[in-house]
Design a protein around this ligand. Structure first.
Ligand SMILES: C[S@@+](CC[C@H](N)C(=O)[O-])C[C@H]1O[C@@H](n2cnc3c(N)ncnc32)[C@H](O)[C@@H]1O
Length: 420
């Protein structure tokens, strides 16, 4: 159902945008809190508000340029509706003032191709410069365009509870249009974004929401029955749950994180999943005693490192305005330190996977390159070969998923093996 566009609904979007543009909290948290405080807003109204303010976060830089400096939050929203969402002046009529019509027509008339490259890509200068150096101008534009779209909703089937065909059939019976993912053998991609929190298959643990790209990191680690596996930065367990299922609920899977809050969020997911091989543990830092006790014992270790998150701009467009060169440099120091500590856990012949959801080589190739230079006892396992033997086609010695090529979030992952 489409929302009825009224001045009151527009005012809600304006209020949310005002909060978002302070950039002091993650955008999804700000929007969720606003909706909790305004329960009268129905599903369609919420969808309108969320999509419109997220569109401003995605396209704000080029919108500003096209509006030639005459900007307020109200005008940002009007211009986004007209220029990004393609609304006509007739559709905007309930809100648009006669005095704004000329301004909006001029913004619409300005050709996008005349904007400087970073503005056209809707990226801050520093980020554009880094991506352009890595990918070249044409590919950066394609990448930025893909990242300025909203992401599809992907599920991961929990093989302890169901198989993909059964999940697809049951979703179809509920009029939820879905298709098997193109890369992950466990992925289901939905055509729309239905609310799933009360769906019986979700409540029963038959699926979890997880980007298809994120699922491939579990396959790169390739944990087996009966092994000892460590998820070093487990967070709320997005990947832990997949690893536990790949281990067929056997062996021992440690889920470590420094954040109590995230580990608490893992609990209900674990309960739904039916897994009993997962051992969550909070650590103070990467050199915690709990870690030291496992030195040299783990068959496989996943480091899903804290990162800039710049591969997830489709979902978190605010990150491009909240990260900066200093925050990225601080993250790289942390990433190197976590990888160093996690590596000590790996037994001879065992596997270590370093992964991020960043696009920046400073957080990816540079971290792994420096680690391998310092640790000749580790070698790089070609990611394409590891994935090919599990029926997953992906080129390259490292896994590099990109929104414009793979239609997933941006991920980097490298599989390293400690020599036997
Ligand atoms: C990319 S997130 C992990 C996401 C999680 N693996 C998932 O799939 O949902 C990175 C995590 O690293 C955790 N972290 C930060 N510093 C850490 C450290 N020194 N040791 C372990 N975990 C850390 C953060 O709390 C955060 O949960």
């Amino acid at each position: 159902m489409k929302a009825r566009f009224t001045p009151a609904l527009f005012a809600h979007a304006e209020a949310v945008l005002g909060q978002l543009l302070r950039f002091d909290h993650p955008a999804d948290a700000v929007v969720s809190r606003y909706f909790r405080e305004h329960r009268q807003l129905g599903h369609a109204d919420r969808a309108f508000v969320a999509e419109t303010v997220f569109a401003v976060l995605r396209r704000g830089r080029s919108i500003e340029a096209r509006c030639a400096g005459q900007l307020s939050d109200r005008r940002r929203l009007l211009a986004t509706l007209a220029l990004v969402r393609g609304w006509s002046q007739r559709e905007l009529a309930p809100v648009l003032k006669a005095s704004e019509e000329e301004w909006l027509a001029a913004a619409k008339a300005m050709p996008e191709a005349e904007l400087p490259p970073a503005v056209r890509c809707d990226l801050p200068e520093w980020l554009y410069a880094r991506l352009e150096q890595q990918f070249g101008a044409d590919e950066t534009l394609a990448l930025a365009r893909a990242m300025n779209q909203s992401a599809p909703l992907d599920l991961r089937v929990n093989t302890l509870k169901a198989d993909r065909e059964t999940v697809l059939a049951k979703l179809a019976a509920d009029d939820i249009t879905a298709a098997p993912g193109a890369l992950s053998p466990l992925a289901v991609r939905l055509r729309d974004k239905p609310a799933l929190a009360k769906h019986p298959l979700f409540l029963d643990g038959a699926f979890e929401v997880q980007d298809e790209g994120s699922q491939l990191l579990g396959f790169l680690l390739e944990p087996k029955r009966g092994e000892m596996v460590v998820d070093f930065c487990a967070g709320a367990g997005g990947k832990t749950l997949l690893l536990g299922a790949l281990m067929r609920n056997t062996g021992r899977l440690y889920a470590f994180d420094v954040s109590d809050k995230r580990l608490v969020n893992l609990k209900p997911r674990l309960a739904r999943s039916g897994l009993s091989n997962v051992h969550p543990g909070r650590i103070e830092h990467e050199r915690d005693q709990k870690i030291k006790r496992l030195a040299g014992k783990a068959d496989r270790v996943l480091v899903d490192a804290p990162c800039s998150g710049l591969g997830t701009l489709r979902r978190n467009p605010d990150l491009k305005w909240r990260q900066n060169e200093t925050s990225v440099t601080e993250l790289t120091v942390k990433q190197a330190s976590i990888l160093e500590a996690a590596a000590t856990l790996v037994r001879p012949g065992g596997r270590l996977v370093y992964a991020t959801c960043s696009l920046l080589s400073a957080e990816n190739d540079a971290i792994v390159g420096a680690f391998l230079d310092k640790h000749p006892e580790f070698t790089l396992l070609p990611a394409s070969a590891v994935l090919a033997r599990q029926g997953i086609a992906c080129d390259g010695d490292v896994l590099r998923l990109l929104p414009h090529k793979h239609n997933t979030d941006g991920f980097f992952a490298a599989a390293l093996e400690r020599k036997a």
